[in-house]
Write a protein that binds this ligand. Structure first.
Ligand SMILES: *Cc1c(COP(=O)(O)O)cnc(C)c1O
Length: 412
């Protein structure tokens, strides 16, 4: 019986090919593997990250601030690179704060969000001078107390759980009952309370979702976020200094995914920002992006260690897998498993192809990197490349599962 290939991806045009090799950061993959000295590893191309940020600046309104959401890729070298090219950082933990504070990014442009911030973390953030995006009334009171005890005035913004949601999103983080932010309808009360506390009020943070490829959905959420901030303006203790309207810009992973039309988003945002700046002329408008800035600039590289046939299907067994790259295995929030784009990195020009499954070394059927993909015929020793791996790869994976050797990360 013939096995049919699942739908194919378009070529990953951000990386060049030289001879038979994929090029990353100007280096042939086989040479890079020799330099690293082992597989598997992640490699990120800093030029691709810079190009993405520069292209985005062309498309977005000139006075929009672009922040990097560090949880997408918190590798210290990547974060320092981002410090040179974006306007601020958004953090999700004190661990990320440590990495951020080691860079050249000024603290005034760093904020921290996330539910369940412990008092010790809040105190660290207050002492550092970064902005805390407040996620609940309890958190607000704790911050006020810590501020009073330490004599250091905390900078706070209120994270709002809006009444709307980001439509057609990979992951919804606003609208309905949520652990994130304070419900929109409670804001007048909360802002009244802030007026009585000795806190440095910055403004609002509205983050409604992630991995969205539809310009209309993002435009809709951005406009609603700005309208919400306008409605709340009268309740604020001081004029709004910062309005963080979230992000959610997605990247194409799967066959059929169309890249986001970011120009369309930028054009609509310019109109919405003009409206906001009439009412709050001193305010900075911020978007925070993780995946969109770094996701396409990274690959995961592993090596074929066995090739076997089972009941007519070819299996390439590789030295990496789910434990390093949970998302590519399909176990990081996917409902129906789809293949990430994959290539044989040292056989980019081969015309002879076959349908293969690529599986990792873990003793679980979940450890899949490719399911029935048509790829150049590969042998033991060949290099498997998983594209779109610059975000939610290394740091979002269960490295200790099955006690396999560790992987590493390179920035070129
Ligand atoms: C995760 C997260 C982001 C980044 O999301 P991406 O999809 O990587 O752009 C931004 N802001 C907040 C509050 C987040 O939780």
């Amino acid at each position: 019986m013939m096995t049919k290939a699942l739908p194919q991806h378009p070529p990953m045009a951000q990386f060049q090919v030289k001879g038979i090799d994929l090029i990353v950061g100007g280096i042939e993959l086989t040479r890079l593997v020799a330099r690293v000295g082992k597989t598997p590893f992640y490699v990120y191309d800093r030029q691709l990250i810079t190009d993405r940020v520069m292209a985005l600046r062309q498309q977005m309104p000139p006075d929009l601030k672009i922040h990097y959401a560090m949880k997408a890729n918190p590798m210290p070298a990547v974060v320092q690179h981002m410090a040179n090219i974006v306007d601020g950082f958004d953090l999700a933990s004190a661990g990320e704060m440590k990495v951020a504070l080691d860079t050249t990014m000024p603290v005034e442009h760093i904020s921290m969000a996330g539910p369940g911030k412990r008092p010790a973390e809040l105190m660290q953030a207050i002492a550092a001078g970064i902005t805390l995006n407040v996620e609940s009334s309890t958190e607000l009171e704790t911050i006020a107390q810590l501020s009073l005890q330490s004599g250091i005035q905390a900078r706070v913004a209120v994270r709002i759980n809006p009444a709307f949601e980001l439509k057609a999103s990979g992951m919804k983080m606003g609208g309905g009952p949520k652990q994130f932010g304070i419900d929109e309808e409670l804001l007048p009360e909360v802002l009244k309370r802030i007026k009585t506390l000795n806190l440095d009020f910055q403004g609002f943070h509205i983050y409604s979702g992630s991995q969205n490829l539809k310009a209309e959905s993002i435009i809709d959420a951005q406009q609603k976020s700005i309208d919400l901030a306008i409605r709340l303006s009268d309740f604020c203790p001081t004029p709004i200094k910062t309005l963080n309207i979230g992000g959610g810009y997605g990247i194409p992973y799967f066959p059929g995914d169309m890249p986001l039309d970011s120009q369309q988003v930028g054009d609509a945002l310019a109109v919405a920002m003009d409206k906001f700046q009439v009412i709050q002329p001193q305010a900075e408008v911020i978007i925070e992006l993780g995946r969109y800035l770094v996701g396409e600039a990274g690959i995961y590289v592993c090596r074929v260690i066995d090739k076997k046939i089972s009941r007519g299907q070819v299996f390439l067994v590789v030295d990496g897998g789910l434990h390093h790259h949970l998302a590519a295995s399909g176990n990081f929030g996917q409902v129906i498993r789809k293949n990430y784009p994959v290539a044989i990195g040292n056989k980019m020009k081969s015309q002879e192809k076959e349908i293969v499954n690529i599986v990792g070394p873990l003793c679980t059927p979940l450890d899949i990197l490719a399911d029935r993909m048509e790829l150049p015929v590969a042998d033991i020793g060949d290099l498997i490349v998983v594209f779109q791996s610059g975000a939610y790869g290394y740091s979002a994976s269960p490295h200790y599962f099955l006690s396999q050797p560790e992987t590493e990360q390179i920035l070129l």
